[in-house]
Design a protein around this ligand. Structure first.
Ligand code: SAH
Length: 376
């Protein structure tokens, strides 16, 4: 495979691995081996056939370049608020990049400056969401702007105005108004349809997500009799697939309210009845489950980069399901958490790295843990 060199590489910071793709894969394999190799042999990392333009969610920061007297869009230079102008990116969806450039040209005519533009595209449905983030709730040009944008890009299926008065690292604020369409998009994964809102988490690389979820479900080893607990469930994707593919009943927990709403709608959309979702902190929820002596056969956990908590893992040991599957987007916190649960009666059986984020240093892993027979 040819190695594409990106001209923004040094300034942008979005990618960290400026090396040919096969070398990136062996680099990641080595890191996982170093961090987790003491538990078991690491399966060979699942790479991408074409590791470009895989990101289905693209965001651009907007600003005004005083020197050139023009509006610019791109990425924040690492840990600063200086914008590096970027019009096209090797890992982002091309259509999303095109829409952002069109918007930059449009806002000049409509005399407003968004803070950010966020575009999400359902790769299998082609539905496209555009979120215009502004500092102020007042957006007088909105109707004409929407009209003009749809004229340029009739393929956009929904447009949302999000208000973010704060200059923080968070792109989206709490308030949003739907300007056009249904306010969310849908995407199909492994035979199920999933609804994605502006603020809920959805895996950003759908091709690899199928491989990730496929591995996670294979490791869960469902046979139709299990109570399956999907912790940090996001929009319910893994739990819904588990309910459809063998779990007897599924319990999902997730902290983000919008994601829970999506999860409930997703279960309905896919006619899954044996599933329920709760909006709560996963640790608090599992502690309550342990207190109630709830019986659980499989725990699927997919925490954010910070990993899980000791309290959560204590409760896992107390619930004592025969199997735990840990999906992790950070091998360092994974190593920490595995170090903890392996002292609590669990054994690491398999570790499968999946390259969800080519060209970046991020590493995703799926781990199968079984309860030791001697642990009772
Ligand atoms: N399994 C899902 C989501 C994984 S991302 C998927 O594959 O799409 C991790 C999720 O954990 C996010 O949706 C985030 O909102 C949620 N989360 C973060 N902290 C949490 C907590 N303390 N309790 C429950 N969920 C949390």
């Amino acid at each position: 495979m040819e190695h594409k060199v990106c001209k923004h590489y040094k300034k942008c910071g979005g990618c960290q691995l400026d090396m040919p793709y096969p070398q990136q894969l062996s680099y990641k394999q080595k890191i996982v081996g170093r961090l987790l190799g003491k538990y078991c042999t690491i399966e060979p990392i699942i790479g991408m056939y074409y590791p470009y333009h895989y990101r289905n969610k693209v965001q651009a920061a907007f600003g005004f370049d005083m020197r050139r007297k023009q509006i610019i869009s791109g990425v924040y230079q690492s840990s600063s608020h200086k914008i590096v102008p970027v019009d096209s990116c090797m890992i982002e969806d091309k259509k999303a990049d095109e829409i952002i450039v069109s918007i930059r040209k449009l806002v000049r005519d409509f005399k407003f400056l968004p803070r950010h533009i966020l575009v999400k595209r359902g790769f299998s449905t082609n539905e496209i969401m555009v979120v215009v983030v502004t500092e102020s709730p007042i957006f007088p040009a909105k109707h004409n702007f929407v009209k003009a944008l749809l004229k340029l890009h009739p393929e956009i299926t929904t447009i949302i105005h999000n208000i973010n008065p704060y200059e923080t690292s968070l792109v989206l604020g709490e308030r949003e108004n739907v300007l056009y369409g249904k306010g969310y998009i849908e995407d199909r994964l492994m035979g199920c349809m999933f609804r994605i809102s502006a603020r809920s988490f959805y895996q950003i690389n759908p091709t690899q997500t199928e491989k990730l979820y496929g591995t996670a479900l294979e490791y869960a080893g469902l046979d139709g009799s299990e109570t399956f607990f999907d912790a940090y469930c996001g929009t319910g994707t893994i739990g819904i697939l588990a309910a459809k593919n063998g779990a007897k009943q599924v319990i999902g927990v997730e902290l983000n309210r919008d994601a829970v709403k999506d999860a409930i709608a997703n279960a309905k959309r896919n006619q899954i009845g044996n599933i329920r979702f709760t909006c709560a902190d996963a640790t608090q929820f599992i502690l309550d489950m342990a207190d109630a002596k709830q019986s659980v056969d499989v725990i699927m956990m997919d925490p954010p980069r910070a990993g899980s908590t000791e309290q959560f893992l204590d409760a896992v040991a107390k619930l004592a399901p025969p199997r735990v599957v840990y999906v992790s987007c950070n091998p360092e916190t994974l190593a920490r958490d595995l170090g903890y649960v392996t002292k609590k009666g669990y054994r690491v059986m398999k570790i499968q790295p999946v390259d969800m984020f080519p060209h970046t240093a991020h590493i995703e892993c799926v781990v199968q843990l079984d309860r030791e027979k001697s642990a009772g």
